[in-house]
Write a protein that binds this ligand. Structure first.
Ligand SMILES: Nc1nc2c(ncn2[C@@H]2O[C@H](COP(=O)(O)OP(=O)(O)OP(=O)(O)O)[C@@H](O)[C@H]2O)c(=O)[nH]1
Ligand SMILES: [Mg+2]
Length: 350
């Protein structure tokens, strides 16, 4: 999955709280993301600080601590739960002598492994290019900078400019291809235009696909993995004589870089154009309140913040004592409880 010859599989996770307290459990989600990439967590390091270190993001002392931990645990990769600039990755790798990844890179790798449809693959490629672009650095470095008199450019910088131009060209070509895919999708979905459109949205792993399969009898991939779904699937549903189309979508996650969201424009169109969103929440997850906020923020960012939502608390079997707020439906998509109530609620709203 990574470009290195030996696939890293033993990770030390690093969490950084800048002006806020970051605790060891806050790394649980990153550990799950790594697990999805077949990377096992062998150590966790956190640091809370007032500001970001310009060279390493974390302090030099912490870098030393990680170095020792690498020796002790035989870790072969270090994964940061923040987004790192290209230069910080290089500085850290120089000190630590193992590959350094950030949260976005791990999410990108999962996306790349998951994408199935033509649109999905194009969208991942676009997200990868947008991620790589600001991380390119010329090979010239300090030397070429010193030689740079007025109107003079070092060879490293020229190469960098060329690389950047090539990536820009590639991005433009991909955007064009995606626009074509989008057009074809619209034509294919023409017949659905007049039907009521309902979209399942929610945090990753909340149970959207499981519920989708239950409501549509489709065989969509549902698994205890983050980002099991990357491509949207749409099916017609008949409910006591009423007819609507239901779409299963990619899950959202905290700190999803906005260039990723932009890359997923084609699939997110379905969400934007829905007349009802079914917001699926995993009420057994201790962080579910925060996850609701993340989902609503993403919905707002993609222009779907004003679409009416039916709030559905899922996985009640794992948290039987849970009391949902008024107006919400409580279900277990796996144990198939609360499904009649859910269908009634949908029926009322469409
Ligand atoms: N215990 C329990 N597990 C559930 C329930 N609903 C879903 N799950 C499990 O939760 C995991 C994730 O379910 P998915 O349906 O793939 O979740 P998703 O929201 O589609 O996830 P992504 O596509 O990754 O965003 C699977 O292992 C499901 O079996 C439920 O009501 N109770
Ligand atoms: Mg899914």
């Amino acid at each position: 999955m990574h470009n290195n010859l030996v696939l890293p599989d033993q990770a030390i996770l690093v969490g950084v709280g800048v002006n806020q307290i970051f605790s060891v459990e806050d790394l649980d989600e990153l550990a799950l993301l790594c697990q999805t990439c077949n990377i096992e967590t062998v150590g966790r390091v956190i640091q809370n600080r007032k500001d970001i270190d310009v060279t390493y993001y974390i302090g030099k002392g912490k870098v030393e601590e990680i170095k020792t931990l690498i020796e002790e645990t035989k870790a072969n990769v270090v994964v940061f739960d923040v987004e790192l600039s290209g230069s910080k990755v290089r500085n850290l790798e120089r000190e630590l002598n193992v590959p350094v990844l950030d949260r976005s890179k791990v999410i990108l790798d999962i996306f790349a492994a998951r994408a199935q449809s033509a649109a999905g693959k194009l969208q991942v490629e676009l997200a990868q290019l947008r991620y790589n672009l600001p991380r390119l650095i010329g090979s010239g470095g300090l030397m070429s900078k010193m030689r740079n008199g007025v109107g003079m450019r070092g060879p490293g910088e020229k190469k960098l400019e060329l690389d950047k131009r090539l990536i820009h060209d590639e991005i433009t070509a991909l955007e064009r291809k995606l626009a074509d895919v989008k057009k074809a999708r619209n034509v294919a979905g023409q017949g659905r235009r007049d039907k009521c459109r309902v979209c399942l949205v929610g945090y990753t792993n909340s149970g959207k696909s499981t519920l989708f399969n239950l409501l549509t009898k489709a065989g969509v991939y549902a698994k205890d993995e983050l980002f099991a779904t990357l491509d949207t699937t749409t099916r017609s549903v008949y409910l006591n004589g009423k007819n609507f189309v239901l779409t299963d979508t990619v899950g959202f996650i905290n700190h999803l870089p906005h260039e990723f969201i932009r890359a997923f424009e084609a699939t997110l169109d379905e969400t934007r154009e829905a007349s009802l969103l079914i917001h699926v929440i995993d009420c057994s997850n201790p962080a579910h309140e925060e996850q609701i906020a993340v989902v609503n923020q993403v919905l707002q960012n993609i222009g779907a913040g004003k679409i009416p939502q039916l709030i559905v608390y899922n996985k009640i079997d794992k948290n039987p004592g849970f009391v949902a707020p008024d107006g919400a439906v409580v279900i277990s998509a796996v144990k198939k409880t609360g499904i009649e109530e859910l269908k009634n609620a949908i029926y009322q709203l469409i």
